[in-house]
Design a protein around this ligand. Structure first.
Ligand SMILES: NC(=O)c1ccc[n+]([C@@H]2O[C@H](COP(=O)([O-])OP(=O)(O)OC[C@H]3O[C@@H](n4cnc5c(N)ncnc54)[C@H](OP(=O)(O)O)[C@@H]3O)[C@@H](O)[C@H]2O)c1
Length: 265
């Protein structure tokens, strides 16, 4: 029998945050469409979710950095009339000094963290807006805020820059969607246990990491709270309001035509 449950599409569902979120959503009563490159992983998860939750779980194998495969996912999204949640989560770090990382790696970082979320969101929104309900979640990172900081971390300009894009994009999109019944939320995890940082014996050996299940819990709860920015480990959510005030103060210069005094010499 055809399912009449709401459907969530999760990219990067073959491990880490995406797999944990897909499991949580299926347990909560949604059908799930799992997207990533590793077919065996996706099929094993889909089979487990069908057996454990009764959800309909399907697999769509795609490399989201490949334009043709991305198009297949976009077309599928546009056709899915039950889609009420799109989670753009797939990603990789590709850290390294910018002048040294392969140009192809920099391109793939942009493709997975910027272009794919843009295109999939664009594919999902017309249907959601027409139905008057739904949500898009973009999984960014607290590193979206790391621009002015020097942290003891490897080069991350491309990765963090792409995550900053997702932060600003989602905040402005959420404002555009106000009153439509459709939500946009960006999630800013800190350090999370997944395959993202490589093997357990690497750079982060011994560093405490949040569980992917807790990030999934924060995403579900953040949506229910109506948050636009969901920071799973941040206790004081008013920090984002204060940050917005500072951004507003800096942005007020856009209305001034006079050169700032320090430049007028
Ligand atoms: N772990 C952290 O500390 C952390 C912190 C902040 C933000 N994040 C963000 O959280 C998201 C999920 O990462 P994670 O920590 O769960 O890492 P993960 O365990 O490595 O999972 C990454 C997922 O992305 C998929 N993926 C990677 N490249 C892809 C491609 N070209 N096409 C389709 N799918 C692709 C992978 O599947 P396949 O390999 O099967 O394709 C995998 O399912 C990422 O966007 C990451 O930037 C992670």
């Amino acid at each position: 029998m055809e399912s009449n449950r709401d459907l969530a599409l999760v990219t990067g569902a073959s491990s880490g945050i995406g797999a944990a979120l897909a499991e949580r959503l299926a347990k909560d009563g949604r059908d799930v469409l799992l997207v990533a490159r590793r077919r065996e992983r996706l099929e094993a998860l889909a089979a487990r979710l069908r057996a454990a939750t009764g959800a309909s779980a399907h697999v769509l194998v795609a490399d989201l950095t490949d334009p043709e495969q991305l198009l297949v996912v976009e077309e599928r999204i546009a056709r899915e009339e039950r889609l009420d949640l799109l989670v753009n989560n797939a990603g990789f770090a590709g850290y390294g000094p910018f002048a040294e990382i392969g140009p192809a790696v920099a391109g793939r970082l942009n493709a997975i963290h910027i272009l794919a979320p843009l295109r999939l969101t664009r594919a999902a929104l017309p249907g959601m807006i027409a139905r008057g309900r739904g949500a898009v979640v973009n999984v960014a990172s607290l590193l979206a805020l790391s621009g002015p900081l020097t942290l003891p971390m490897p080069g991350r300009a491309t990765y963090a820059g792409a995550k900053s894009f997702l932060l600003t994009f989602t905040q402005l999109l959420a404002a555009e969607l106000e009153g439509s019944g459709v939500q946009a939320m960006v999630c800013l995890p800190g350090m999370v246990q997944s395959e993202f940082h490589g093997g357990g014996g690497g750079r982060l050996a011994g560093v405490p990491l949040m569980s992917a299940e807790d990030v999934a819990q924060a995403i579900v709860a953040g949506l229910a709270l109506g948050e636009t920015v969901c920071a799973p480990a941040l206790e004081d959510a008013t920090l984002f309001e204060r940050l917005a005030e500072l951004q507003q103060a800096a942005l007020s210069a856009a209305r001034s035509t006079a050169l700032a005094a320090r430049y007028a010499r």
